[in-house]
Design a binder for this molecule. Structure first.
Ligand SMILES: [Zn+2]
Length: 68
């Protein structure tokens, strides 16, 4: 399953990584170190951002949150 990565709505960068919530596994930590994703908090609230732009730091919520 491939995940579509959106462009940053602020700077149109494609250096966008997903923000994961409630997923503090060792593998997720390794991926975060590599800059492949960002770990959020243990709890996710409606409207929380799930994408992070590595270029400008913008975080936003995508419309499609049903993936997974
Ligand atoms: Zn950006």
């Amino acid at each position: 399953m491939r995940r579509k990565v959106p462009q940053c709505p602020n700077c149109q960068s494609k250096a966008v990584i997903p923000i994961l919530y409630g997923m503090q596994s060792g593998q997720a930590g390794e991926e975060e170190k590599r800059g492949n994703l960002k770990l959020g908090g243990c709890e996710v609230s409606p409207g929380d951002p799930n994408w992070h732009c590595k270029d400008c730091g913008r975080e936003w919520a995508s419309e499609d949150t049903s993936a997974g």
